[in-house]
Design a protein around this ligand. Sequence first.
Ligand code: SF4
Length: 523
Amino acid sequence: MSQDVANIKPSYPLFRDEDYTKLLDDKRARSEEPYDDERIEEVFQWTTTPQYQELNFKRQALTINPAKACQPLGAVLCSLGFRNTLPYVHGSQGCVAYFRTYFNRHFKEPIACVSDSMTEDAAVFGGQKNMFDGLKNAKALYKPEMMMVSTTCMAEVIGDDLNAFISNAKKEGHIEEDFPVPFAHTPSFVGSHTTGWDNMFEGVLRYFTLNHMDDKALGSNNKLNIVPGFEPYLGNYRVMHRMLRDMGVEYSLLCDPSEVLDTPADGQYRMYDGGTTQDEVKDAPNAIDTLLLQPWQLVKTKKHVKNVWHQPATEINIPMGLEWTDEFLMKVAELSGKAIPLSLEKERGRLVDMMTDSHAWLHGKRYALWGDADFVMGLSHFLLELGAEPVHILCHHANKRWKKAMEKMLGESPYGHSSTVYIGKDLWHLRSLVFTDKPDFMIGNSYGKFIQRDTLHKGKDFEVPLIRIGFPIFDRHHLHRDTTLGYEGAMYILKTLVNAVLARLDEATRGMGVSDFNYDLIR
Ligand code: SF4
């Protein structure tokens, strides 16, 4: 073999050494019955045509590369945002391994989450016994102050009743009566990770406030509640804290995993760190109002805030980009009676300055983008503000109302007239679109890298570079630390977009003596 202890190579380039390539070729010839390269190329080219796109869009019974994850994954992120809380999944172990690795790869952090490991017998007889043992053992081993329970497909298919199981576990003494165990049914065959976040969050609100409203009075704590929703950018929790503190507003950020997902390497392992306290949740109905930062994704939460807390749950858009951050801050100022400070005014002015500086490079650039409903809406709106054109806009989990609202928003801008909005479609659909109507860039999660590779395979002129903004980002480090909300977030997005344009221009113009009359030092 081509490496020894004095010359350890990583898998790349090791597997390109002759002994490995021969091994792989032999294996392929022996066991794969492969098609010849010509046939593979012929099919590849066919998949890039409008005819194939037509067939692809008729596809009904199959999803390829979904642009969403399942409900309990969202429930786990929600659970991580509460103080000394252990996410607990009632269902199969493999699902939880998937949730943990998914977050682990995105946040580059260990993720604490347990399952009660339902197997064949539980699938037949129900998982109550698993839950009795699971709650008792997890509490004894990991000493949480709260466990938040969600479910996987298996538990939902057999119809396990969390309310009954948890009540029975308490009645039979497997866990103390007063130990908080909020729960939510999170069936993965409907909705997505954002529905799961919403369900789990509503479960917490239900547990702590549904039957405890007698001593509550609207506005009595003089606070604003902020609900982030399924938020994969740590900077977004931090920018909210900063903006609200700068304004001098009393607030509760209801769900904040930014500490536990970013613990320092100082020799101490923290299974729990930071997070919203139980007292803050209990006190939340006393607030002036609750602002939902992902208004399209927090349907159940909104209902609870309105119907149980009797708060207005004032309508806002996701505070992304210039105008929608303005609107958010003005709404906070109006509700809290606090003025927007000079520091935020200056920050806004800097963003406007940046937008003016970069406008010429972004104007008219065409983008394909995908992701969660509110993120996609916020990003599309900011692209329009920059004079860029979001042409293919895809949200796998969004509903028809969202599509209509998107089309209205796009129709109101001269840069939105060539946009098409797709719901219920996956990344294999998007792949067809970028071949048949090529945008300049794609914006989305790491999974887009395979589309970029395919476009490059067709030829350099067809390549559509991927700009990584979204969730999950597995194949680049530390982007999850950045910020996409507020003026700070708009600066990050703008910087990322314009530098992608400039890097692409360098790539296209660096041919020595051929195209380098545009290979400029100063842009
Ligand atoms: S879709 Fe169902 S089976 Fe798959 S990981 Fe999610 S809960 Fe588990």
